[in-house]
Write a protein that binds this ligand. Structure first.
Ligand SMILES: [Zn+2]
Length: 229
């Protein structure tokens, strides 16, 4: 193995001329364990490394995740990525990420800003929860139409999305239950300002946070800080 890499929600190990892509799905876990530690009940795969160090184990209580050996191809932004990742846009923390290009693409679209943030072909790595956090921080309602927002406002939303992702990585992500852990089995400690806080006061202005249905999920927002128009 040469490297462990990521783009958006995709993880992969770079091998000689190919890649092992790991889909965590809804409940998959990657754990680093000594080779002699007991097998987990839902252990699906064990990876041994040439240095005879700890193993990497793929554990999944359900079966939405999986591993796939694939070719490496030239992906978006000129980066070599596994075939299943070829259509995925760079995420805001990659060196090949071109924020000005994403702003131009958003400005040219007539779509809701939150829908655009979740479109992995435009910018990857921003899921439902972190989209809500970024929009709240930027003071923009998720149903605003991208073409009607100014370029500085679009850039502010993307800056906040990158900041949320950086913080989340630093805090180990957001753990809603015991399944969401890092490779050492520890839960994330990311503090959410708006997601899951329906009816509680906005941390900026005190207005109760609202929730509405969005793409079969929920959007959380402050009706004062984030005006629909
Ligand atoms: Zn507010």
């Amino acid at each position: 193995m040469r490297a462990a890499e990521r783009r958006g929600k995709y993880l992969w190990l770079v091998l000689d001329g190919e890649a092992l892509v790991i889909h965590l799905g809804m409940s998959g876990q990657l754990l680093v364990e000594p080779a002699d530690s007991p097998r987990e009940r839902h252990l699906h795969a064990t990876l041994d490394f040439a240095d005879d160090g700890p193993q990497l184990r793929f554990v999944d209580q359900r079966t939405f995740g999986g591993l796939a050996l694939t070719d490496l191809v030239l992906g978006r932004g000129g980066r070599e990525v596994p075939q299943p990742v070829a259509h995925i846009a760079p995420d805001p923390l990659e060196t090949v990420y071109d924020q000005a290009g994403v702003v131009r693409a958003l400005k040219a679209k007539n779509t809701e800003i939150k829908r655009a943030l979740l479109d992995q072909g435009l910018v990857s790595g921003i899921g439902n929860i972190y989209a809500d956090e970024a929009l709240w921080r930027a003071g923009v309602h998720g149903r605003r139409i991208t073409s009607t927002l100014t370029k500085p406002t679009l850039a502010r939303v993307l800056d906040q999305a990158a900041e949320v992702m950086r913080e989340a990585l630093g805090q180990g992500g957001t753990s809603f239950d015991a399944l969401y852990v890092n490779v050492n089995g520890a839960s994330g400690r990311m503090t959410l300002n708006v997601y899951g806080r329906e009816g509680r006061p906005c941390k900026r202005c005190g207005t109760p946070i609202m929730r509405e249905r969005f793409m079969n999920r929920s959007s959380h927002f402050c009706p004062t800080c984030q005006r629909k128009r």
